[in-house]
Write a protein that binds this ligand. Structure first.
Ligand SMILES: Nc1nc2c(ncn2[C@@H]2O[C@H](COP(=O)(O)OP(=O)(O)O)[C@@H](O)[C@H]2O)c(=O)[nH]1
Ligand SMILES: [Mg+2]
Length: 292
């Protein structure tokens, strides 16, 4: 036992090099690109991005964060609810991002926030209908009774623009290991339905700042933190998603100014989402016929 008594140093919490390529300087170009972006399917004005996840996962905060970036400052009037942890998003509503550089115009991508999924009861059936475009604006999610075909908010013949073009599952990085197995099951069910339809999916791993001290100090360490990578891998196997569809972000939550690093990571995720959604709609027929 030659090294008896010599203490091994604790393993390093970070890799020497980032394991995923990430430029931290494209911010302005990406904003410009996304401002000008138009879907590659002529029958469609807006790509619809639907967010699902547990209450408090950071769904509304992500929408607000993107809005902050496009408005150029922290917006006082949140476009999505910001009531921490409470399950308040009950109305089915599409949030468009206003384009400040040309007043009155909107972005070609929009978000749909949903009520958080929890272990009991739920809105899974309603979200499945929403994926296919059967849910009309203004519908109030009802945990007890899912939307029925006779309801005025039921869209019997959805068109391309009514359906969802990317499903985003939101998971907080500090909750991956302790996620309720029933929620995981529901998220998987939604993912499988989206896959059947052909809708692309990503996972947003929020709150990387809470999950990892290194990242809290310097967000640029997001791809050198071993802990964050581990949470992404866990998420990948729990939800059955490939690693390249798992996007870590930190949402704006108590900052009073915009921060470049936060923007870079948020925009990187948004760009990926928009690209996936656009790849999907490009493959669909350019006729505005009913889709389901
Ligand atoms: N530190 C930190 N807090 C976050 C982040 N994202 C959301 N939050 C906070 O987590 C709480 C729940 O977020 P919210 O967006 O309302 O979750 P939702 O229920 O999924 O819409 C709020 O207090 C947010 O300010 C993040 O990335 N980092
Ligand atoms: Mg919310």
């Amino acid at each position: 036992m030659g090294n008896k008594g010599t203490k091994q140093p604790p393993p390093k919490p970070d890799f020497d090099k980032p394991w995923r390529n990430m430029t931290w300087t494209d911010r302005k170009d990406t904003v410009e690109e996304l401002r000008k972006f138009k879907p590659g399917n002529t029958k469609l004005e807006t790509l619809k991005i639907l967010l699902v996840g547990s209450p408090g996962a950071g769904k509304s905060s992500f929408i607000n964060s993107i809005n902050n970036i496009f408005q150029g400052h922290i917006t006082t009037e949140a476009i999505a609810d910001d009531i921490g942890g409470l399950n308040f998003t009950k109305i089915y509503k599409t949030f468009y991002i206003e384009d400040r550089s040309s007043p009155g115009s909107k972005s070609s991508f929009a978000f749909i926030d949903t009520m958080g999924l929890n272990g009991s009861g739920g809105i899974t059936l309603d979200v499945i209908k929403a994926l296919r475009g059967h849910v009309k604006e203004g519908y109030k999610f009802n945990v007890a009774t899912p939307l029925s075909e006779g309801d005025p908010h039921y869209n019997k013949s959805p068109r391309l623009g009514d359906q969802v073009h990317c499903l985003v599952t939101v998971v907080a990085a500090d909750q991956v290991s302790i996620m309720d197995s029933k929620v995981v099951e529901k998220l998987r069910e939604l993912r499988l339905t989206a896959s059947d339809i052909g809708i692309p999916q990503v996972v947003l791993l929020t709150k990387v700042d809470i999950a990892c001290e290194l990242v809290k100090e310097d967000l640029k360490k997001v791809y050198t933190s071993k802990y964050v990578k581990e949470q992404m891998q866990k998420c990948s196997s729990k939800l059955g998603m490939p690693m390249n569809c798992i996007l870590p972000v930190m949402n704006y939550h108590n900052e009073i100014d915009l921060q470049n690093d936060l923007d870079e990571l948020l925009l990187k995720a948004l760009k990926q989402i928009v690209n996936f959604a656009d790849d999907y709609v490009r493959k669909l027929p350019c006729k505005n016929e009913n889709v389901f």
